[in-house]
Write a protein that binds this ligand. Structure first.
Ligand SMILES: O=P(O)(O)OC[C@H]1O[C@](O)(COP(=O)(O)O)[C@@H](O)[C@@H]1O
Ligand SMILES: [Mg+2]
Ligand SMILES: [Mg+2]
Length: 343
């Protein structure tokens, strides 16, 4: 006899992303269908980009695009392609009034001079996360974060609409282009994961109500920077490597934030990109990497801090600002923070 929970999970598991979005629209306090349309357009852009990612190597989509972005990074062709596709798909569906992207120096106002523009949302994106892994066939991703604008509808969108604390996000998520392609997101009511069936181009609910295990035995950090880490991080790494209790932990580092986060979400673990003597604010960007991952982490019973303060309470000051991040299973982040505070 199949239990009711299994039956409902089985029924749930056959649910498509489109059905899930409609069914859960009412959960959203501002629900006017606009956010649903926004998530739908991210779904569409994800499929277009996935198609290109899967052919990386066959088509002329690998390698550098020849420009650098405002962070001084060489833009990869796939960075530029993904950026164009997400911006196009979001802006020509008349649902957002502004977009901030890792690949654009400044935010993009979407026909906000047209006073009929009643659009309420701004989106921040990392169109292609894990760029250093594109050419070597290792999983990469896309990260997105959504806010309601703070300036009045029908007036020009301003930087204030983007520099909001992470706890004001109304939705956040990522797409992972890996062994399978998944879209994982939250609108503040838990975290759900959808896997793309490439044969029919449909995302199915494969991972309902995702939760970080309370603790785990995986730590993810680029130990190549060890010499430049703060003492608290060095001590935490030593703690992870000690032959004691359930340790040593296993070191796993893919070098794509989305992929390292996703593995830890499923298996339990902690991802750390700390400040270093070379990069006092770390490497990852608050608005389109750390805030969306922190919102997902907390919605999945995990934690995310800069070692001291909750990421979601940091007041942003710049579009591309960087912050240190400690993110993942609750008990592991608490332990790492202990080392940071006591060092
Ligand atoms: O090579 P490093 O310094 O370890 O950095 C890897 C980190 O940088 C990133 O690639 C930065 O993201 P982008 O690829 O979007 O610039 C993260 O995905 C990853 O976790
Ligand atoms: Mg990134
Ligand atoms: Mg990127």
């Amino acid at each position: 006899m199949i239990s009711e929970t299994t039956q409902s999970n089985m029924a749930k598991k056959n649910q498509t992303l489109g059905e899930f979005i409609i069914e859960n629209q009412a959960e959203f306090k501002y629900s006017s269908g606009e956010l649903s349309r926004l998530i739908n357009s991210i779904r569409l852009a994800a499929k277009v980009v996935n198609h290109e990612v899967n052919k990386a190597g066959l088509v002329d989509i690998i390698g550098a695009a020849g420009d650098t972005n405002i962070q001084g990074e060489d833009q990869q062709k796939l960075d530029v392609y993904a950026n164009e596709k997400f911006i196009q798909t979001l802006s020509n569906r008349n649902i957002v009034c502004g977009i901030g992207s890792e690949e654009n120096d400044d935010f993009i106002a979407i026909n906000s001079l047209d006073e009929n523009n009643q659009n309420k949302y701004v989106v921040l994106i990392d169109p292609l996360d894990g760029s250093s892994n594109i050419d070597v066939n290792v999983s990469v991703g896309t990260i997105f974060s959504v806010y309601r604008r703070v300036t009045p509808v029908g007036t020009p969108v301003t930087i204030d609409d983007f520099l909001q604390e992470g706890n004001k996000q109304v939705a956040a998520g990522y797409v992972i282009y890996g062994t399978s392609t998944m879209l994982v997101y939250t609108t503040g009511h838990g975290v759900n994961g959808f896997t793309l069936n490439p044969a029919i181009g449909t995302f199915y609910l494969s991972h309902p109500s995702m939760q970080f295990p309370e603790t785990g035995n995986i730590y993810s950090i680029n130990e190549g920077n060890y010499a430049h880490f703060p003492q608290g991080v060095k001590s935490y790494i030593k703690y992870c490597q000690e032959e004691k209790e359930d340790r040593p932990y296993t070191s796993r580092y893919i070098g794509s934030l989305v992929s390292d986060f996703h593995r830890n979400l499923i298996k339990g673990g902690i991802y750390i990109y700390p400040q270093t003597s070379k990069a006092p604010n770390g490497k990852l960007r608050l608005l389109y990497e750390c805030n969306p991952m922190a919102f997902l982490a907390e919605q999945a019973n995990g934690l995310a801090s800069d070692g001291f303060q909750r990421i979601l309470d940091i007041q942003p000051t710049e579009l591309h600002q960087r912050v240190p991040i400690f993110c993942g299973s609750r008990k592991m982040v608490e332990k790492a923070e202990e080392f940071m505070k006591n060092s």
